[in-house]
Design a protein around this ligand. Structure first.
Ligand SMILES: [Mn+2]
Length: 424
């Protein structure tokens, strides 16, 4: 299914006067309005291929119908999102769930939809049918060198797929760790993992980045070998200049101050990328901004401040990706909501009065500092985000148009109601 351009134009026309009215009130207050709009237009968030089908929990999965049955259909789905919001211009593939059969035709299809290939993701957290050795007791940390070699070879194969598609980064998330005290020697596990990562690092093309993603717990519940940002930073530092830490919002212990982590990683030039989602308890993979929108804003506020301090390009110098999937929403609606929440938090962060904040900080004016941040957070920037979409030929309200065009119903007609996308 493809959404015709004129349908978007027609919809925007209908909504135009309402939108203009809301925008005018907001714009009066913002001096650098055009500059902010351009940043919003440039900002793109990659969609992971595994978020296009209904996610499951370990208790069950409830596919909603019309889910993509192939890599081609996954690209089409991201194309639908991008057509609607013009902010989802990249797809992040997972190997082996999305092994491309024909690079040229996959690249051509992505280009047709205006999509780039974001970071490639390897998988040594589960065993595949044709796999010689098991990852039951870890992959890169494994006591058996042959298992480690298998994990290294897999990651190098993922890089090769990525090179053929034009990707520029590899994300390594390891589920390695231990479930019980005494199971693992922490130092040996670290050293083995580092040596394995070094071999993968050596296979990186010179213009590639390697993202070392950390996670506090799950599936291992006693220790994780890349368990927090300190450990990831240690690996990334030891690996070299092409290695960075990747922050996944759901991969922290409860109440961790993620905005502070982000700030310090940026200071050290070691923040590489971001996985957006939201959570209440653990790695819940809920829609970005659905539980803690203020935290999302505070993180973006540090991102903007920290990137500006290093003269980084907001749109291209970090990898931005959604990493979420769950059971109860239409995955495409969920992704539209996530992208919208991210754009809102970014727009609010761009509104923070930085000069006044610096003064308030230097004068220990705590109340003023809070006011400055909350003034930005409490600004309804939705008309600004909508205007950015309008100028980029997206829809003023992507979710409303998605529903009125009955996109899911069309996909069910095309693909059937019993389809299941590859993934967890
Ligand atoms: Mn992640």
């Amino acid at each position: 299914m493809k959404i015709d351009k004129y349908k978007i134009e027609e919809y925007n026309q209908q909504e135009s006067s309402k939108h203009t009215r809301k925008l005018e009130g907001l714009v009066e207050e913002i001096a650098n309005y055009e500059e902010i709009l351009q940043k919003l237009i440039d900002f793109q968030i990659a969609i992971p291929s595994w978020a296009l089908g209904s996610g499951g929990t370990r208790f069950g999965r409830f596919p909603g119908g019309g889910e993509p049955r192939s890599l081609e259909e996954k690209i089409e789905d991201v194309g639908l999102l991008h057509t609607l919001n013009q902010s989802s211009g990249a797809i992040s593939l997972h190997i082996p769930w999305d092994v491309p059969e024909n690079y040229q035709s996959i690249k051509a299809l992505a280009a047709q939809h205006g999509l780039a290939f974001d970071a490639m993701n390897s998988n040594t957290f589960q065993d595949q049918a044709n796999q010689a050795l098991s990852y039951k007791f870890g992959s890169m940390q494994h006591v058996d060198k042959a298992v480690r070699k298998q994990a290294i070879a897999h990651n190098i194969e993922v890089i090769k797929h990525g090179v053929a598609l034009g990707s520029k980064a590899l994300t390594v998330w390891l589920s390695d760790g231990s479930c019980f005290p005494g199971q693992l020697n922490f130092r040996k596990a670290f050293q083995r993992t580092l040596e394995s990562l070094q071999e993968v690092y050596a296979a990186l093309p010179s213009d590639w980045k390697m993202f070392v993603e950390y996670k506090a717990f799950e599936p291992n519940f006693y220790s994780t070998t890349v368990g927090d940002w300190g450990q990831s930073f240690l690996y990334a530092t030891k690996l070299g200049p092409q290695a960075y830490t990747l922050v996944d919002l759901g991969h922290h212990l409860p109440n961790a101050n993620i905005e502070q982590i982000v700030s310090l990683l940026l200071m050290e030039g070691k923040l590489g990328g971001f996985h957006f989602n939201d959570s209440k308890y653990g790695d819940d993979d809920l829609t970005a901004g659905s539980i803690k929108p203020y935290q999302l804003f505070l993180i973006f506020s540090e991102l903007v401040e920290g990137m500006d301090a290093r003269q980084m390009d907001h749109a291209s110098d970090l990898g931005w990706m959604i990493d979420a999937s769950h059971n109860v929403k239409d995955p495409l609606e969920d992704l539209l909501q996530s992208v919208e929440a991210i754009m809102i938090a970014y727009a609010q962060a761009l509104l923070v009065d930085r000069k006044s904040l610096i003064v308030a900080q230097e004068e220990n004016d705590v109340a003023k500092a809070q006011e400055i941040l909350q003034t930005a957070f409490r600004t309804d920037v939705r008309p600004l985000v909508a205007e950015a979409r309008l100028r980029a030929n997206g829809a003023l309200n992507p979710l409303a148009l998605y529903r009125s065009l009955k996109v899911r119903e069309e996909l069910v007609k095309e693909r059937g109601s019993k389809t299941v996308a590859t993934g967890l």
